[in-house]
Every structure is written in C-alpha cells, then in structure tokens.
Design a protein around this ligand. Structure first.
Ligand SMILES: [Zn+2]
Length: 663
C-alpha cells in the first residue's frame, strides 16, 4: 500500500503541474495569476435564497428542488434506475462464455421445457415419498447437495480478519434483500407462498394437496423469515462476532445440521461455523426434533417441495408464463455473486468506474488523517502511535479486482436449464465453503465479490478486518463525474473518508490494526475521546428529525462521527489540492462553497420531500436523516460560519468553543 501511494503521489504531482501550466498565460507566466475553476458546477441551481444558510443549510442548498412540483431524480435514484437497466443489458449482451451458454439454455427451455419439467418432477417425487424422519433428513441433505439450501445456508463472516461461516436463514430464497423485507407483512408472505404453490397445479397436483403444501410451507417459512430478518439485527452488533462458541446444546444441533448440509466436520467442531441467532437455532433444533415428533415430518417435507418450486420455477417458463430472458438469468445467478460481479463490471466497462482516481484520493486521505492525528492536542503520543498503525494498515478495496479469479467462474455442462441452475447453486456454495479459515487479506476480492452486488450503491467499513470497500456503483457517473468541478468529486469522496473514519468511531476505535477487539487507548485519551462523543451526540440531539420530533444523537453517534471525520478529511484534502493548483483567497473560498453545496447534493434524497416518509423513517436507521447529515455537519465547520456569515442568532449556530473537534 505504501509503495502504491508513492506512485499515486507522483502521478498527482504530474497532474497538478499540467493544471498549473494550462492556467498560465502562454509564454509569460505571471506569479500572482488568479486561478479559477472553469468546469461546470450545476449544484447551485437549487439554492433557495429566501432561507438563511445559518438557519437550515439543507433547505438553503436544495430548497428549489424540495419545493418543486416536478423534481429531477436525486443521484441515488438515478443510479438505482440506471442499475436496473444495467442488469438487463449485462444479462442480454455479456460475451462471457458462460453467459452465452446460459442464454442458449434459456432459449431452449422457452422453445421446449420438457427436459426441465422431467427433472423437476423427479425431484418432487423424491420428496413426495418422504414418510419417516430418516427419509426427511436424506432429502434435506440431498437438497443441500443440489444447492437449494432449505432452511439454512452458509455465508462468510470475518471476525479478527479470518473468514468463518455463519449459518443463516435462507429467507426469501433467490430474492434480493429489499424484496425479502416486503414479506415482513404476513399477508404478503401468505400471498407469496400460495403463488409459488399454485404453480404445482400445472404439474398435475390437485387443489387439496396444493393447499396442504402451502399451509405447511407457510408455517416453516414464517419462522424462517423471522430468523432471517433477526440476523440483520445481530449483524449490527459487533459483540456477536467475538462471542465465544455457543453452549454445548447449541453446538450439538449446529454440528448435526451442518453435517446434513454437507459442511466440513472439522470446521464444525472447531467453531469455524456458527449459527448466530436464536431464531435460527430454534429452526435447526426443530428440524433435529423431527425424529421424536413424527408430525413434523410432513411439515418439513412440504416446505421442501415449496423450497424447490420457488427456486426452480424460473427454469420452467410454462410455470411462470414469464419469458423475460434477462430476468431468468438474473434469478439463476443470484447466488453466484462473484461471477455476476465480474459480468457486470466488464459489461459496464472498467473505464467508466473511476477506480484509480478514487484510490489515489483515498490514499491521500489516509496520509492526511495520519498528519491530523499527529497534530492533535488532546491525545498522547502512545495512543497516536496506535492510531497511526491502524490507519497505515487499513485495507482498501476500491470498485473491482485488478484481475478476476477464474477459479470462481462456475462450470456448467448439464443438458437443460434446470440442471445448469443446480450446478450454479452447487458451485456458489462451494466458493463460500472454500474460503473458510482463510485470512481476508489473502482472499480479499473473492470475498467482497461474493458478499456484494455490483449494483449496490454503497460502501462499507469492516472493523473486524480493518478494511473498507467502495462498491463500483458509488464511483461512477453521475456521482463521480470528471466533467464537473472537482469540488463535486471531493464531496462524493466524503464517503471514502466516512468509511475510513468508521475505523475510529465509538465502536471502531475498540478494534486494533488487525481487526481484533482491543483497548489501545491510554486511559486519559479514552476519557477525552468519550467526552467528545457525548458532546457530538448532544449537538445532533438539538436537531429535528422531522418537524416536532427531535433527533436522537446517541442512536446515530457512530455514523455522525464517521460523517464528521469524513467531511473534515475530504475537505482538508481538497483544500490541499486547491492550494497546490494555485487557488487563493476568494477563489479558494468559492471552491469550498462549491464543496459544501455538492455535499448537500449527495444527500439529496426523495424522502426529504415528504414529512410522512420522514416520520416512517424515524428510529429505523443508524444514520442521521439526510438534512441532519448536512446541517449537523455544517455547524461544526469554522469555514462555513465565515463563508455564509452565520450569526449567533441563526438556528444552527454553535459557539466556537462548543464546535466539537475530534480528528
Ligand atoms: Zn457509515
């Protein structure tokens, strides 16, 4: 990383020189030449001059958009819409050999689905013959071998920088998370299960049997969905990652189910595989209880029938009546995320993802952070040394890997779409299980590509691995656009510094350079750090979430700390960059204003246009609501007071001595 940074710094120097040259007058360089930014800056068009910036900067910056009857879509919305189209394009046009092969299989299935139907019937018949608990366990194991993952499946987790498995609920099968969330509603769950089971009528099942299957399937699916949703609560809690092995009884169930799933016995015995939530343990215990409770056998049997049909329905066009090729392919590749990530990246075009440029900015942020830590007046040298070590060793994953791991491309040689789907699912499980016990450092992109989706417009910091990833959708147009003022780039790059600073927020600061939970703080420094956190939370609690309802600064503390550090760091880097380019005085100030307006643009969200939607969002997010991400931050910025003439009588005003300074 350090070696890389040297190269990046050299490159930046070259670019800076070019800009300076182009700003001087032909052969007659003038020392005090005024440097200006001539690139377009569209984000001042929504300013509402009737609002005092010091009262509500979010509304000042975006007022015209907030009040517009016909608002243009926000960047987040534009990206979301573009990504949906992107998936369709990639599925229809990718020239990856496997994609070509799969498209042919889809076309064949649409012309004649008899082979797919025969294979599906064969599997359903195997399940119909299940009568005893033993037969049920055999069927469960068989379905796992075929990659259907009934009840539970494995996903990777990384405590202390090493990959282990989490056995999690499968909830929603092949669906994306947001679709799954929709089924929190019991009526929708019933509708979904009924709709899938109804397709069995086309395979000769009678109505009575179908409603029996639906009833049994729904009973299990309800518990499973609860367990699936519950685990996201758990994933938010850092302590579960370092939790000691579950008690013996849990472990016995976990090992038994793990064996049925075909997982490695040694890994199971050594706690490299865990099941984290009570809901999942309850599901697994019920499954193992079926030997003593024969009435559970038909319930699980019917659930498995539903499990198969809900995943395979896409391979048999007559069952859905749907003939959208891209949709079918997208469903098939749901679990083969690494391969899909690869297909999407290449279809989109690496050159349209600003990987190199963003990595250079991020490396610059790392160095700036280290300089800022060295200059802190509230921290001792010993703690500074630890913070520096952690900052220096943080791993960065930007966009996509330099080279793809060909070993992770599935091999498909089945003679029909359903056989291919089975192989795809089997290989997806294999990819994950082969990562167990490896260090994130050694399989970084294999992990990130497998755990994420190309189209997720997001970025993450993982404190248990001291690593961060910025997903490709975040570093493409319209959010990163080199045709616009560089101020817009640095405002978007606040996300990089935000993720970086998560390593040093209230939770992140409890993990060391290796991602181990460890107290590297001198006691007096820790006390000062905690006082600053309390002061920051108190400032955010002074803001309104929506009219009449105050925000809860304690609930959003980690995110507010990352926002705070992120903006400080990004603006510091941007200022350095401007000064290198020769910007001074008013021209420099002008750029800082552009940076603030661009930062408001990043958090321009549709939810802000409706009090009703804001009310719905209350208490559901660990982030501050968008307007507070802007207003809460601005009132900590000394430059902002100066540039917008903010006075003590303005609503957002904070006295200089009360403006919290952390990093
Ligand atoms: Zn965050």
């Amino acid at each position: 990383m350090r070696k890389y940074f040297m190269a990046a710094a050299a490159l930046t120097l070259i670019m800076t020189t070019t800009v300076l040259t182009s700003c001087t007058n032909d052969d007659d360089p003038v020392i005090n030449e005024v440097v200006t930014d001539d690139k377009p800056f569209p984000y001042d068009s929504e300013i509402d001059e009737s609002v005092r910036p010091g009262d509500d900067f979010y509304r000042y910056a975006l007022g015209k958009w907030l009040d517009s009857d016909d608002p243009s879509p926000s960047m987040a919305k534009q990206i979301k819409m573009a990504n949906q189209q992107l998936v369709v394009n990639a599925m229809n046009t990718s020239t990856e050999p496997l994609m070509v092969q799969l498209r042919n299989l889809v076309d064949e299935a649409m012309a004649d689905d008899s082979r797919n139907v025969a294979l599906l019937r064969e599997r359903l018949q195997m399940l119909e013959q299940v009568e005893t608990a033993e037969q049920m366990y055999d069927a469960f194991a068989k379905l796992h071998q075929w990659g259907y993952c009934p009840l539970v499946r494995v996903t990777p987790l990384i405590p202390e920088g090493r990959i282990i498995f989490n056995i999690m609920g499968t909830g929603g099968k092949t669906m994306e998370m947001d679709t799954v969330m929709a089924f929190k509603d019991q009526n929708k769950l019933t509708e979904k299960v009924t709709a899938y089971c109804q397709t069995l009528s086309l395979l000769g099942y009678n109505d009575e049997r179908i409603s029996e299957i639906a009833k049994n399937a729904e009973a299990v699916e309800k518990v499973e969905l609860g367990a699936y949703l519950e685990q996201f609560e758990y994933l938010r809690r850092p302590e579960f990652l370092t939790r000691a092995a579950a008690d013996d009884e849990d472990k016995a169930v976990r090992v038994a189910v793990g064996m049925l799933m075909g997982l490695d016995r040694e890994a199971l015995e050594n706690d490299l595989i865990m099941a984290v939530t009570p809901g999942i343990m309850q599901l697994m215990a019920q499954l193992m209880n079926a030997a003593e409770h024969p009435e559970l056998v038909p319930v699980f049997r019917d659930y498995m029938i539903y499990n198969i049909i809900s995943q395979d329905v896409y391979c048999v066009p007559r069952l859905t009546g749907k003939t959208d090729r891209a949709d079918i392919l997208n469903n098939l590749l749901h679990y083969n995320k690494y391969f899909k990530y690869r297909v999407m990246t290449e279809s989109f075009g690496r050159d349209k993802i600003y990987k190199q440029q963003c990595l250079e900015i991020l490396e610059r942020m790392r160095q700036t952070f280290i300089q800022r830590v060295e200059a802190l007046d509230w921290m001792s040298d010993a703690t500074k040394a630890e913070a520096r070590k952690k900052a220096e060793s943080m791993l960065f994953y930007m966009g996509y890997p330099d080279t793809w791991n060909d070993a992770l491309t599935p091999i498909v040689d089945g003679d029909c779409l359903l056989a291919a789907a089975t192989q795809l699912r089997q290989q997806a499980t294999k990819v994950i299980t082969e990562m167990v016990n490896k260090k994130l450092n050694d399989v970084g992109w294999d992990y990130w590509g497998t755990a994420n989706s190309f189209v997720a417009d997001n970025a993450f910091h993982m404190k248990s691995a001291n690593a961060l990833i910025i997903l490709p959708a975040w570093i493409t147009k319209p959010r990163f656009n080199n045709e616009l003022s560089e101020a817009t780039l640095y405002a978007s790059a606040c996300t990089f510094s935000h993720e970086f600073c998560h390593g040093f927020d209230d939770g992140g600061a409890q993990y060391d350079a290796d991602g181990k939970e460890s107290d590297w703080w001198a006691p007096a420094d820790k006390q000062a750090f905690q006082q600053k956190q309390q002061a920051l939370a108190a400032l955010y609690s002074q803001l309104e979430f929506y009219p009449g309802r105050m925000a809860n600064g304690l609930q959003t503390l980690s995110e507010d700390m990352a926002d705070y550090g992120g903006v400080e760091l990004a603006l510091d880097c941007y200022k350095q960059r401007l000064i290198e380019q020769g910007f001074r005085d008013e021209q420099l100030d002008e750029q800082i204003k552009k940076f603030y307006l661009s930062y408001a643009e990043v958090w321009k969200y549709e939810t802000e246009r409706s009090t009703e939607q804001l009310e719905k969002a209350y208490g559901n997010d660990s982030h501050s609501v968008p307007h507070n991400r802007i207003n809460g931050m601005m009132r900590l910025q000394d430059d902002w007071y100066r540039l917008y003439d903010v006075k003590p009588t303005d609503k957002l005003y904070v006295a200089p001595e009360d403006r919290v300074k952390i990093w």
